[in-house]
Design a protein around this ligand. Structure first.
Ligand code: PGA
Length: 250
């Protein structure tokens, strides 16, 4: 399966501008790595106007669990699809922490996104306290199982992003060993629930040009979900090169 490099701009825009970012990334395409960018909702169309010539797949950062209707402030998966989006990030730790999203709700959103023809990128991850207590796998299993109860059948397009909360925006990246071990645990959990699902697992949390290659060299790390460093085409393209050279060495 292709590696996936995914930019999560959160509630930010790249200072260089969307068009400039896209044209810089056009130079980085190739090597069989999928590149996706999830801008804030109001900028999806603007990115969509230049994304295909830049080899960028359009993504979104969230959506409603409902198909349509009287849900003020919500955005439907079908609308994102109409704008040309292919991926939707769901259950990011910021959504869980600041907007009270439970794993069950995340599972309902995953189901909605699948039903409406998009591919979900479901985020899971433990906080520092949980890791210190040695309960990481237990928590990840609960996050996946609670979501799975709502999802039902896991599709092959399912992407899981493992994002330890202690590594997001902190500059403290998981070591390649921790990331690889945890990815293997996640794969095992999913294998029990959905045997044969062609799952891709991304790592996220302070990925930078300096650590991308070492992380990408690990077995079972299928790409990255990048926050801070995805706001600069220079850094994002350098992460892309890191994946390409790690893959070439395998
Ligand atoms: P970060 O964010 O790369 O800034 O740590 C990752 C994420 O939250 O997806």
């Amino acid at each position: 399966m292709k590696k996936l490099l995914f930019a999560n701009w959160k509630m930010n825009l790249p200072p260089e501008g969307i068009a400039q970012f896209a044209s810089a990334m056009a130079g980085a395409r190739g090597d069989g790595i999928e590149v996706a960018v999830a801008p804030p909702f109001p900028f999806i169309a603007e990115l969509g106007a230049v994304s295909s010539s830049a080899g960028i797949i359009l993504g979104a950062q969230n959506c409603s669990d409902k198909a349509s209707g009287a849900f003020t402030g919500e955005v439907a998966a079908a609308m994102l699809r109409q704008l040309g989006a292919r991926y939707v990030i769901l259950g990011h730790s910021e959504r869980r922490q600041y907007f009270g999203e439970s794993s069950s709700l995340v599972g309902q959103k995953v189901r909605r996104v699948i039903d409406d023809g998009l591919a979900p990128v479901m985020c899971i991850g433990e906080d520092q306290e949980t890791r210190d207590a040695g309960r990481t796998v237990e928590l990840l299993r609960r996050q996946i199982t609670d979501a799975a109860a709502e999802i039902g059948h896991f599709p092959d397009e399912l992407v899981i992003a493992y994002e330890p909360v202690w590594a997001i925006g902190t500059g403290r990246t998981a070591t390649p060993q921790i990331a690889a071990e945890t990815h293997a645990e996640i794969r095992e959990i999913v294998r029990h629930l959905a045997h044969g699902c062609a799952l891709r697992i991304l790592y996220g949390g302070s990925v930078t040009p300096d650590n991308a290659e070492a992380l990408a060299a690990e077995e079972g790390i299928d790409g990255f979900l990048v926050g801070g460093a995805s706001l600069s085409s220079e850094k994002f393209a350098a992460i892309h090169r890191g994946i390409a050279s790690a893959t070439a060495r395998k």
